[in-house]
Each structure stands twice: as C-alpha cells, then as structure tokens.
Write a protein that binds this ligand. Structure first.
Ligand code: DGJ
Length: 566
C-alpha cells in the first residue's frame, strides 16, 4: 500500500511539475510490484560497475558500450559525497552530468549509488572536510575504545550533512533528468553496518544503549507481531515479548540486542537522507545488504545493523521512506533471495556473482531465475565492466533472450505461468508443475551452469529458453496421463511476436520429437558451449481419459533409450 501511495505521490509530483514522462515508481503489475518507467513496467536487466570506473570518463565510455552489446537495459554506478561536495557547501555535479549523458548516448538507464557516510561498513567516501573533523563527525568505537574509520550512526551532525548533500544531488538530478528519466532509482550508502564488533561501544553509544527502546519500534513490533521475520520473532519472544524496556530487557543480553540497536540507528540516519532526497526527486530510494554468512552468523562478521533479512522489521520501522531493502547475493542464491521478497519489499538484486571467489559464469542462470522465478524488479552481476565479462561471456545471450521474452513475461506475469530453473548444487534433475502439465528437467552433465525458463503461453502451449537441459512434458492430471507433442519449433521473438526459425524433430528433440525439448537442440550432445541459447515453442495434446487404465507410450519409463539424449 505504502508503495502504491509512493507511486501516486510520484505521479502527482511529476504532473504538477509539468514533466512529460512519468517519473520512475514502484507500482503493481498483475498483482506484483515492479519498477515502472514512463508508466510501463521495466524489469531491470542490469550490471554493476566496479567501484572506481564511473569516476573516469574513458573507463565509463568503454564500459557502457560493452554493456549495450550485452543487451543490458540498466547500468548501476556509484557517485560519491566526496566527489560532489569536496568543499563544504560547494557542489560539483560534473560527474552526475557526465554519467547521465554517457548513459543516454548508449540508450541505457541508470541506477546511481550514493556512496556517502558508509561504503562496506567504512567511511571511505566522505569528503576530506568530514573525515578530518573528529569532533563534529564522531566515529564509532570497538571494544577497548579502539576508534574506527566509521562515522557514528548516532551523529546528528553527520546525518544532517549527508542528507543536505544528498538533497542537493537529487535536486540537480531532477533538474537534468526530471523529463527524461534516465536515472531510475538511487541507493543510499552501500552495505552499511559495523564490522568487527556487534555494536558501537563509544561512551555516547553506551549511554543510548542503556535507554529504553524507542516507542516507535515497540509499536511496530506489536502491530506486526504475526508477520515478523522468524529470527526477530524468536528473539523478542525468548526475552518475554515485552512492549517496553531497555534494549537488553526487550531483546535479551545477547548479540541480537546489539544488532537491533545498530539497525535502528542506521535506519533512522538513512531515513532522514531518504526524506531529504525524495522531497527533491521522489524516484525509488533503496538500501543494500551485505548478507549474513550462515557459517558465521554473528553481527560484526557481517556489518552489524545493516539491512539484512533478519533486520527487515527493524529497518521497516526505522526507515519507512526507504522503498526497499535490496540483497547483494553472493552465496546460496536461491534460498537467500526469498527472504528479501515480501509484499512490502519488492526483490532487487543489485549485486551478484563474486568474481573474486571464482564465481565467473553463473550470471545467466541467476538472471533467468531472478526475473523468471523470483519475479525480481531487477538483477545485476557485480563488476560487469571487469575484463572477465568479455564479449564471449554468456550474460550477453541470456540478456538478449530475456529482452526478447520480456513482452511475454510481462503479459503472463504473476499468474503462475512463468517458471525458471537452474542447477545450484549436485542435483541432476528437478520437476516444475503447471496446472495440467509437469516438466521433468534433466541437466546435461557436460554443461557447468545449465539453466532455463518456461512460459506457458497458452493452455497447451509453452515457450522454453535456456542452455544445458532437457525439459520433458508430462501430464499433471491423474486421469489423463497421455501427452502428445504436436509440434516443436525453434525460433526467436521479434517485437513480441514468435518467429519460427525451423521445425524440430528427430535427433534434435528428446524421444525423437515425442517428449519435450532439448536446450540447445544438439544431436549427439557434442560441442556444448556456455554461450549456447535456444528458444523453442511447443504445442501439446493432452489425451482424454483412458477407460482401460493402461499406460500411454510417452509415459512409459521402460521405453528403449535411443542413445541420442538418454
Ligand atoms: C560488495 C560491495 O557492495 C561492492 O561495492 C564491492 O566492494 C564488492 N563487495 C567487492 O568487490
């Protein structure tokens, strides 16, 4: 509801200021929230630049031209407080102007990251006049009084200064982009939270920590007690589900109270910044999380107080003007992203695929899964301008296929007609069910990162796209087990319309054309490449119920193997 109201306010403000295009907003599309640009749904096929690329005109130009060739529609790039307000109250927006112009040159949209008070827990992007004034902009402290290069999230002065600079940036953005809407969303800070300890231990922080939990947070927890994140619920209930008291009285003596305390004050700090920005240019504002490592879950191992899934309720209470908490997802992709997809939190994955840990080829499968299965508003591999993402990287064919499929994806959105799959662990098969049909997916052993997407485009018609898997269609109805494949075509989508490239049967299709599709349709399973991509449409015929109860050939698991696909 809040999102819809935000959208309405966004529309009204664009109308009242006489803008031609409707400014980007989060709105409902067939029961799900999606980013809308110029009033139309716009799933972001993104890529995030490495941290310092956007600070150079040449590096940005070369990066953006390569991104366009990958069929990306949105580049995610940092700007910084340090670059924009190098001297207090003196702003330099040249970087913003340049980035917007460079994106327009390549017909790309942008998400801009405001690297302000914190980036990856530290304060490396604040201007010199901030970092060199310890009295005005106090730091956090670890145990034993060790002072950290981290601006305190309790500092009024710092949050005001950050908010003022951010508001000036957003005002400028409205002036240069209020009509064209090249910039779709802004991220405030980056992976904030305290590393190395569960909470700030400065004298001032200890004082605040000894005070009662703010009423606003207590009220939020009481009002949402049935829908709280499980960890939050458990922690609160374990300590007696009190509705008032100090942080340790309400949340117990453990590290949990520390993390909640930190999350509350990061949230309050950032909400002030979001309010200031939205007053100037109310496009969606979000924050991103360095997520909890399941093997080392203590706060401080990940930035304590950051917008991780288990702190979602605290963040929602503390920062109601933040539109969503995004997930930087570098491990356990399928399970982690689910925790960030709630009715009040559209899923956005602005960072994925840890190149630095050798995760080099998984972007295509995660893109398909994020958009097709998890219905994310956007997805982006991190470091997309790294030379590893050369012109032969398969993200290009994957984004090309998703771009072609997008009109169909949007047409069938939110109705259980779009599913995606990929191999994340050791599994060799999986099953996906639609109402009348079920798909048995078999991953090709010789393909390292198999993946695909299935769209049910008609009652008995499906479009399947991907690489490295067979999809066998069977009946999902007990009394009607027989299924015939009436036609399989390989093709492409041009302006939303299916265009046949060839009919497929025989060796290129499982069961010589009687079972489903093979992605790609390679006879003899030779020459599999990461960059293979095939889009196929198949029509099925579901047999009427059989009265004699005998089996149908297509369902006969004992049928002789033909040596091509089995
Ligand atoms: C996550 C951060 O959000 C990025 O800015 C970057 O620092 C990567 N980690 C690591 O390269």
């Amino acid at each position: 509801m809040k999102l819809i109201i935000a959208g309405l306010i966004a529309c009204l403000s664009s109308v009242s200021s006489g803008q031609i295009g409707q400014i980007p907003s989060l709105e409902e599309h067939q029961g799900k929230i999606l980013l809308h640009v110029d009033g139309k749904p716009f799933p972001m096929l993104g890529g995030q630049l490495m941290n310092s690329t956007s600070f150079s005109e040449d590096l940005t130009a070369s990066a953006f031209s390569r991104l366009k060739a990958f069929h990306l529609n949105t580049a995610i790039a940092p700007v910084s407080w340090q670059a924009i307000e190098p001297v207090e109250n003196e702003y330099d927006f040249s970087m913003v102007d340049r980035l917007v112009a460079q994106a327009r040159n390549q017909e790309l949209k942008l998400v801009l990251l405001w690297f302000g008070s914190w980036k990856n827990g530290r304060s490396g992007y604040v201007p010199g006049w901030v970092i060199s004034d310890l009295d005005r902009f106090p730091r956090m402290e670890r145990k034993n009084g060790v002072r950290l290069e981290v601006i305190s999230n309790l500092s009024e002065e710092a949050s005001q200064a950050d908010a003022k600079a951010f508001a000036a940036f957003m005002k400028h953005l409205r002036e240069i982009d209020g009509d064209e809407n090249t910039v779709l969303m802004v991220q405030i800070e980056n992976e904030m939270g305290l590393l190395g300890d569960s909470r700030n231990r400065s004298a001032r922080a200890n004082e605040v920590f000894a005070k009662p939990v703010p009423e606003k947070l207590m009220n939020y927890l009481s009002e949402h007690k049935d829908s709280l994140m499980p960890e939050m619920k458990e922690l609160w209930q374990k300590a007696g589900a009190k509705t008032s008291g100090t942080w340790t009285e309400v949340f117990g003596e453990g590290l949990g109270a520390d993390e909640i305390f930190m999350a509350w004050y990061y949230g309050r700090y950032v909400n002030r910044i979001a309010l200031a920005g939205k007053a100037e240019h109310p496009i969606p504002h979000y924050v991103n999380a360095w997520t909890v490592n399941p093997d080392k879950p203590d706060p401080g191992k990940h930035p304590s107080g950051g917008p991780v899934a288990r702190m979602m309720d605290v963040w929602k209470a503390a920062a109601p003007d933040i539109d969503l908490l995004a997930v930087d997802c570098y491990q356990n992709f399928k399970t982690k992203i689910v925790n960030f997809a709630r009715e009040d939190n559209p899923l956005f994955i602005p960072e994925a695929c840890a190149l630095w840990r050798g995760d080099r080829w998984s972007a295509p499968q995660k893109a398909f899964y994020a958009i097709g299965e998890a219905q994310a508003i956007g997805f982006a591999p991190f470091g997309i301008d790294h030379e590893h993402y050369g012109k032969d990287h398969p993200i290009g064919v994957a984004y090309k296929a998703l771009s072609q499929l997008m009109p169909l994806i949007l047409e069938h959105y939110g109705q259980g007609r779009i599913r995606a799959f990929y191999k994340e662990g050791e599994e060799t098969r999986e099953e996906i069910k639609f109402e009348k049909y079920r798909c048995r997916i078999k991953y090709a052993a010789e393909v390292e990162h198999p993946y695909g997407l299935i769209i049910q485009t008609g009652e008995d018609q499906f479009i399947v796209a991907g690489n490295g898997a067979q999809v066998i269609f069977q009946s999902n109805l007990k009394n009607r087990q027989g299924v015939s494949v009436t036609e399989v075509e390989e093709g492409e989508i041009v302006d939303g319309q299916w265009r046949r490239l060839r009919l497929l049967a025989g060796d290129e299709v499982p069961g010589q054309g009687t079972q489903g599709v093979a992605l790609p349709p390679l006879a003899y399973r030779l020459l599999h490449k990461r960059t293979n991509m095939s889009m196929q449409r198949l029509n099925l015929y579901l047999h009427p119920p059989r009265k004699d109860g005998k089996a149908d050939a297509a369902q006969d698991q004992n049928a002789p193997k033909d040596g091509v696909f089995d």
